[in-house]
Design a protein around this ligand. Sequence first.
Ligand code: COI
Length: 358
Amino acid sequence: METIAKRILPRQQRRFLPADERQLGFGDIFSDHMFLMDYHDGRWQAPRIEPFAPLQLSPAAMGLHYAQLIFEGLKCYRRADGRLALFRPKDNFVRFAHSAQRLCIPDFDQGLALAALKELLLIDQAWVPSTPGASLYIRPFIVATEPHLGVRPAREYLFMIITGPVGPYYPEGFAPINIYVEPQYSRTAPGGLGEIKAAANYAASLFAAEEAHKKGYTQILWLDPCHHKYVEEVGSMNMFFVLDGELLTSPLAGTVLPGITRQSVLTLAKDWGLKVAERPLPIEEIIGAQESGLLTEAFGTGTAAVVSPVGRLHYQDQDLVVGGGQTIGPLTQRLYDEITGIQYGLRPDSHDWIFPLT
Ligand code: COI
């Protein structure tokens, strides 16, 4: 890690941080520094931390043309005692390595990536907000940089980590959001990229998401691409439903992202002795349960979204109000409180999920 530290340039001024951290939105403000590492001549090299700045990239960089681009998302929290911590960061780098393998991106040293992240965060620690609910979002990504227009895996890449202070992902904050169940378009397919964090998955979601926004919905709930019958995920989060007292989510069958918050929710719910199942969930079953009053809660999980309640689902011509539409269900609230409690150091970390930084 000495190589990284040696290349650090002087700290710049903190820019653009709102006086009131409660006004933080998501993804527009970036901290002073960024981590970079190059891949060429068959190896990763030159790990370094530099001031946050625009990149110099060939217009022929393959990542710009063929979407050989993967990313991760995690957060750094300022805990109640003032110390900084990450939540399950090793799981992010394991998933990142899996995404790299699937997109023919050369494997990287996960230990070095985590050490580099730690160093970056210590340099920019003044950027970690102290307001409950706010945090420093961390975005590792790898993009193919080789200038070449033939379709094949690139021979040059850039591995980067940028960070920035964030508040809630959705404009609604922690208020229930409205979701459009997409009956026609697909985000991914069996054998495709749905289970990795490929930028292409997010590009594939944009058109349908814009159509849904025009109709007044915050997000899309994707159905399985073969039959448009089974509920999958939202794109920015995994989905959970409470049906007749049982916590349900769709299985990881290749088209759904293995969310780290999803995994944490399943673990906590099992700890609490709740009935939990990962199984195919027909949208018709959700509708039937709503009509008979058995659908009591719906929520999404993700690093950015944390645990976000869903108040309304729209499917074809049906509008399904969940739990009165405006209220947060008791299990949704309990899971939010427990997960954020662990992250912010207010509740015991019995699963060893916290990675202390300071
Ligand atoms: C995250 O939750 O970190 C993600 O990467 C989702 C993204 C849509 C913000």
